[in-house]
Design a protein around this ligand. Structure first.
Ligand code: DGL
Length: 258
């Protein structure tokens, strides 16, 4: 079985990393749309076009299941993808539901890209959970830039994050939702800044559980070897330095699990 994942850039590697922990004997195609990153500051029709291109590419390269490892792409195009293709398509959702279950009379801060925060999909989710009065929204486009430039060090990121969070009285919050896959690399910086009383959560686990359940329901044999082929906007990555960057991101995520 071949699982195709895509994101605007390196954010979806965090989903690939989690998928590799629980899906054995599949092969993976990872598509980073580096020509068009960031998605979060673009228009909905633009991003929808990029997502359909990436999906076409992955499906024509043999993907049996598609994982939209990007909250922004999911929020603008998941319905179009499901209408267009017959293979299973798994999307991402900011982890607002677990945040509401965990809120303990405190507020929830949902961070994501500008586009994902503007979208109807998130508004509907918050309304469905009856959480309009306890949720605040914060776009963090700088974190996508830091991640794409592989700048993960606290010295660079902490001042940006401090400034972005300064309008909020964080003692009133129980949970910060990381609603963009790029933000997951900065979980340690959020933790350092916010301390142990605030929970930092993301939607990766939910997506990967859905992937596993979908695989179990399908009758396609699991006979891969967990081989990963990387693509950047339609070209296979063969450059040793870029491949090394991808593998060092995996190492970073493994270290964050410890
Ligand atoms: N990683 C993406 C997400 O989960 C979007 C980042 C971007 O391209 O703006 O929303």
């Amino acid at each position: 079985m071949i699982i195709g994942l895509f994101d605007s850039g390196i954010g979806g590697i965090t989903v690939l990393h989690d998928a590799l922990k629980i899906v054995k004997n599949a092969d993976f195609l990872y598509y980073a749309d580096t020509e068009n990153v960031p998605y979060g500051t673009k228009t909905k029709p633009e991003v929808r076009g990029y997502v359909l291109n990436a999906a076409d590419f992955l499906i024509s390269h043999g993907a049996d299941i598609l994982v939209v490892a990007c909250n922004t792409a999911t929020s603008v195009a998941i319905e179009d993808l499901r209408q267009k293709y017959t293979i299973p398509i798994i999307g991402m959702e900011p982890a607002v539901k677990p945040a509401v279950e965990n809120h303990k009379d405190k507020r929830i801060l949902v961070t994501a890209t500008e586009l994902a925060l503007k979208e109807e999909k998130l508004k509907k989710l918050i309304t469905r959970l009856d959480a309009e009065d306890i949720v605040d929204l914060l776009p963090l486009p700088g974190l996508v830039r830091f991640a794409e430039n592989l700048m993960f060090d606290e010295q660079s990121v902490l001042p940006y994050l401090k400034d972005a969070l300064s309008p909020f009285s964080m003692r009133n919050y129980k949970t910060v939702v990381l609603g963009c896959t790029h933000f997951i690399y900065f979980k340690p910086v959020f933790e350092a800044l916010l301390g142990p009383d605030i929970d930092i959560i993301d939607g990766n686990r939910g997506t990967v559980n859905k992937l596993l359940a979908t695989i179990t329901d399908l009758s396609i044999p699991l006979e891969g070897t967990n081989q990963i082929t990387y693509y950047q906007s339609g070209s296979q990555v063969t450059d040793e330095n870029i491949l090394l960057n991808f593998s060092s991101l995996m190492t970073k995520l493994n270290d964050m699990d410890k």
